[in-house]
Design a protein around this ligand. Structure first.
Ligand code: BJW
Length: 234
């Protein structure tokens, strides 16, 4: 533990589940109600933009009513107290890490709280609806979509993420099923670099076998426990 200075934490939908935000692949999760190819691909958006914009309007509205839980708060504490490098790479499009007080956060699948203009490429903070086709504040074109990464699109800031993994001494994955790449491959990248790896998830994930240690349980319990254990051993 003494030699750990640089940490990469990957988070997924499981960390926000106890805040009341649906996960994707669990029973009753988002993909049970919608086909992935209908709502999370550029092709689905081209086919039925109304459906996709309504789906994201509903989720944007819901997210704004949710609050960070003890897992987000524990990572915010880690961020505030850890003086080595830390990068919290989240696949989540909610802002619960930031609202808990974390600052070193990277949203690799984008954020619900931005609109992206496909005409001028401008990005604007957005809390309202998009299905009613509001004009882009920058160029006036009615071509706004959610600033999120769909299947077949390139996740954000991959260079920065891989650079952080290369520098890291510890990679921790929290609340993600390990079903979606490239995030699902980070543990293998970390292992091949000889970096220590830890998984905290409700149940064993598709990637569990790659981690040196995998702990099962709720994020609201496991994450505060691990942060306390980690900071107290410095
Ligand atoms: C709890 C808990 C609690 C519950 N406590 N835990 C074949 C092989 C390999 C790759 C591909 C392939 N065919 C296509 C691909 C690529 C494709 C892909 O991965 N497809 C898979 C289906 C195989 N990927 C892409 O297209 C990506 N782009 C890409 O690859 O570009 C090329 C490239 C190459 C090389 C380098 C870089 C780029 C883009 C992927 C975009 C994903 N987008 C979404 C939607 C975002 C917007 C939105 O929110 O609507 O991202 S899909 C969805 O999945 C969302 C999530 O971020 C992502 C991951 O889901 P997550 O977070 O893991 O959620 P769940 O529900 O799956 O799991 C939750 C977990 O929590 C579970 O394990 C629970 O047990 C646990 N849990 N409660 C702790 N209380």
């Amino acid at each position: 533990m003494a030699e750990i200075r640089n940490i990469v934490v990957l988070t997924g939908a499981g960390i926000s589940a106890e805040s009341g935000i649906d996960t994707f692949r669990s029973e009753g999760g988002l993909w049970e109600q919608h086909k992935v190819e209908d709502v999370a691909t550029p092709e689905g958006f081209a086919r039925d933009p109304d459906l996709v914009l309504r789906f994201y309007d509903m989720r944007r509205e819901a997210i704004q009513t949710k609050q960070p839980n003890p897992a987000h708060e524990a990572l915010a504490r880690l961020d505030q107290q850890w003086d080595g490098d830390l990068l919290i790479v989240t696949q989540n499009v909610d802002d619960l890490h930031e609202r808990a007080g974390a600052r070193r956060v990277l949203h690799m699948h984008g954020t619900h709280l931005n609109a992206w203009c496909t005409a001028c490429d401008g990005k604007t903070p957005w809390t309202g609806t998009l299905a009613d086709r509001p004009p882009c504040p920058g160029c006036g074109t009615r071509a706004l979509r959610p600033d999120v990464v769909w299947f077949g699109e390139m996740p954000y800031e991959m260079e920065r993420i891989y650079a952080a993994i290369r520098r890291a001494h510890l990679f921790v994955s929290i609340g993600t099923s390990g079903a979606v790449y490239p995030a699902a491959g980070f543990v293998r990248d970390a292992r091949s670099l000889g970096i220590d790896t830890l998984e905290l998830n409700l149940e064993r994930s598709q990637g569990s076998g790659w981690f040196r240690e995998s702990r099962q349980g709720k994020a609201s319990a496991l994450v505060p426990e691990w942060v306390e254990e980690f900071l107290s051993r410095r």
